[in-house]
Ligand binder design. Structure first.
Ligand code: ADP
Length: 700
């Protein structure tokens, strides 16, 4: 060492600890040899390196002998430093030689390199460490420009890199956490969504429940109101406990006080004996066999002793498992219905008996459906023995006698006109038996029923066989006719004799005889009028009343009648104003008897001294004759009936007035046969005016 020329070490000046180490290093054993002999290029580089505060090392020569500065020591670590000085670099860094070797060789061939955060695993400080470096390898050339070494500038970035990596890991972790969180968030969002929709469903279900509950409540209120309004009693039997729960009304129906306890047994005990067993059986059957429960039974009230007919309707209630849980129902008081049904039944029986006794037949025509129902008696009357369906056309119309058909069908037409007849039907006609061809007289009474538009919908009524009565009447008529006819001849002779005697006695002094003869004449006249009436009625009934029309002056006829009346009647004043001639074509005898009858009625039914006013007026195409009196008048209910045969108003007053009730009947028939009209205006107690009118046109 001493031999060493220190001046040759000047390039090591200011080189720090490493300069000292280089100086003191035993270079003789090294391939580099004594530093004083190093080529100038190396010396310059070492000098620069040692002076640099920046970590550097130099590898020199084919063995890559390592030289480094103070700043580089920490890179080597405390195990490799200072042994690394002067050793081939691959001996100091065997663990990374595979990595750096090729790079160094590359530099030796002239390729400088630079790396950033270069990762190597270094054996230093006693363990393998993960290290990072920013470094560059630059070639070092000698004076001849030949590359002999490599200069390495290096900064260890391990701490920063690791921190960075940590950071990166942390970031990655954070990112994955973030991602997980995002996924978790998404899941959360999904479950939130699910929750929201579940919530919505729940809300909807809740709403539905609310609506349902409201409906149930409304239903319950409505049910309660209905039960209250219908006056039902309600009951409930629990399946297990057999507890019997009732309301006040039910107790009331069994004659219990509303606050009193009532058991099933007590309730059953109130049922009348004959029904008790039946109801108990039904109850058992309903509870144990799920049978129907709808029973009607009579009950005698416990306290009020009242008989009530009750109808109980029950229903088994199942719990959610389907097992029977309760038996509940209502009880209603149907006493009135039962009583009215009983009443109806007995009324119906009475009606049936009456109908049978009276031999009445029934018909029922459904106008809208065009169906006709005839009972057995009605069929008999139309000579039908079968039970097949009958029809209006086939059976009714065909069954009518030819002479009555048109008249009856016209009447039925008018019966179906509500405004005209009010649907009232009351007729007599003949039928010819469909099977037995027998002629029967029938009296039919009925009523048509109408819809809101006044169209007929139903026509119901009864028919009575009046053949016998009719035959009796005909016989009676024949008899009356025969007697009247027989009486007429002697009476006509008597009237002629009396008239002759009256004329002869006119100038007689014997006043008694004169008056007696006059009175006899009046009485004979009356008698003959009466007999002609009877004769006419009898003729009318046997359809033999003949109308013998001819032209005559109506004024003159009235005048004659009035004059004759004045002669025979002094009790009343009869007035008539003669106007002009009115020639009509009619049966003057019959019109005479109509007017005579009206005047004689006016006399009969008004007090003495009153005026009777006879009038004849032309009204449009008719002539109207009226007879007005100031007598007793007619009650409204009698007005329509006075034209009926044998009808007489029943009163203390009329009882004293003789008559048969045929005068107006006959008059109406005569006027009808002249196509005229007859009617009366009357007020009870004030007087009546009887009118009849005859057509002027078409009287021929
Ligand atoms: P008769 O007078 O013979 O009883 P009519 O057929 O002429 O029979 O009259 C029928 C009924 O009409 C009478 O019984 C009477 O009650 C009533 N009647 C008739 N004309 C009058 C009148 N002008 N005033 C009051 N009632 C009358």
């Amino acid at each position: 060492m001493n031999s060493r020329n220190t001046s040759d070490y000047k390039f090591l000046q200011g080189g720090g600890e490493m300069a000292e180490l280089i100086r003191s290093y035993e270079w003789s054993n090294s391939m580099l040899g004594d530093p004083s002999l190093w080529p100038n290029s190396l010396k310059v580089m070492v000098s620069v390196m040692l002076a640099s505060p920046f970590p550097m090392h130099i590898t020199w020569g084919p063995k890559f002998i390592l030289l480094y500065n103070d700043a580089y020591q920490p890179v080597l670590g405390n195990v490799k430093h200072p042994k690394a000085l002067g050793l081939p670099i691959y001996e100091s860094y065997p663990e990374i030689w595979d990595t750096i070797g090729p790079l160094i060789y590359g530099v030796m061939d002239g390729k400088a390199v630079r790396f950033h955060d270069f990762q190597v695993f270094l054996e230093r400080n006693g363990s393998k460490e993960e290290c990072y470096f920013d470094f560059s390898y630059s070639p070092i050339r000698n004076e001849e420009g030949v590359i002999e070494g490599v200069l390495t500038n290096v900064i260890e970035t391990t701490n920063r890199k690791l921190a960075e990596l940590d950071n990166q890991n942390l970031t990655e972790e954070l990112q994955s956490i973030n991602e997980e969180m995002a996924a978790a968030n998404e899941e959360l969002a999904t479950s939130n969504e699910e929750l929201r929709s579940t919530n919505e469903e729940l809300a909807q279900a809740n709403d539905e429940i609310l609506v349902a509950r409201q409906k149930i409540e409304e239903g319950e209120i409505a049910l309660r109101l209905a039960i209250d309004a219908a006056d039902f009693g309600t009951w409930f039997i629990h399946s297990q406990t057999r507890e019997f729960i009732t309301d006040r009304r039910l107790k009331e129906l069994f004659g219990y006080y509303p606050d009193e306890a009532l058991s099933i047994e007590q309730a059953v005990a109130q049922i009348t004996e004959e029904y008790r067993g039946y109801v108990a059986d039904k109850l058992e059957n309903a509870i144990y066999n799920n049978g129907d429960y709808d029973v009607t039974y009579p009950v005698i009230g416990l306290h009020d002793n009242r008989l009530r007919w009750l109808r109980a309707i029950g229903n088994l209630k199942a719990d959610p498992s389907g097992a029977f849980s309760a038996f509940t129902g209502v009880v209603m008081d149907i006493t009135e219905q039962v009583e009215s049904r009983n009443f109806l039944e007995s009324a119906y029986d009475q009606l049936r008996l009456a109908k049978e006794a009276a031999q009445l037949g029934f018909f029922d025509l459904d106008v809208t459906k065009d169906t006709l129902v005839w009972d057995a008696r009605c069929r008999e009357i139309f000579g039908i023995s079968h039970n097949d369906t009958v029809t209006f056309e086939k059976d009714f119309i065909t069954g009518l006698h030819a002479d009555d058909k048109e008249r009856i069908l016209n009447i039925i037409d008018s019966v179906f006109m509500k405004s005209l007849t009010g649907g009232v039907y009351d007729v007599e006609y003949r039928t010819v038996g469909a099977e037995d061809q027998q002629l029967r007289w029938v009296r039919a009474k009925g009523q048509a029923y109408f819809d809101s538009q006044d169209k007929p919908v139903r026509f119901i009524g009864s028919v009575l066989d009046i053949t016998e009565q009719k035959e009796d009447e005909l016989r009676k008529n024949d008899f009356i006719g025969m007697v009247s006819h027989e009486l007429k001849t002697p009476l006509t002779s008597l009237a002629a004799i009396l008239q002759l005697a009256d004329r002869k006695l006119k100038n007689s002094e014997d006043q008694f005889l004169v008056t007696a003869m006059q009175k006899a004449n009046i009485q004979v006249k009356r008698m003959s009028n009466m007999i002609s009436s009877f004769l006419n009625v009898s003729r009318l009934e046997s359809a033999k009343l003949l109308i013998d029309k001819h032209e005559f002056d109506l004024q003159e006829l009235i005048e004659d009648i009035v004059k004759e009346t004045r002669l025979t009647i002094s009790s009343h004043t009869v007035t008539f104003q003669n106007l002009t001639k009115i020639i009509i074509n009619a049966d003057s005898d019959k019109i005479n008897s109509v007017l005579t009858n009206l005047i004689s009625n006016a006399v009969k039914y008004s007090p003495n001294g009153k005026v009777i006013e006879v009038k004849c007026e032309l009204i449009e195409n008719t002539v109207r004759i009226s007879v007005k009196d100031e007598g007793m008048g007619l009650q409204p209910q009698d007005i329509d009936k006075v034209f009926d045969r044998y009808y007489r108003v029943e009163s203390n007053h009329t009882r004293l007035i003789s008559g048969f009730g045929i005068g107006l009947y006959l008059s109406a028939e005569i006027i009808r046969q002249h196509n005229g009209e007859i009617w009366v205006d009357s007020e009870s107690g004030k007087g009546s005016t009887f009118y009849f009118s005859l057509p002027l046109v078409g009287l021929s």
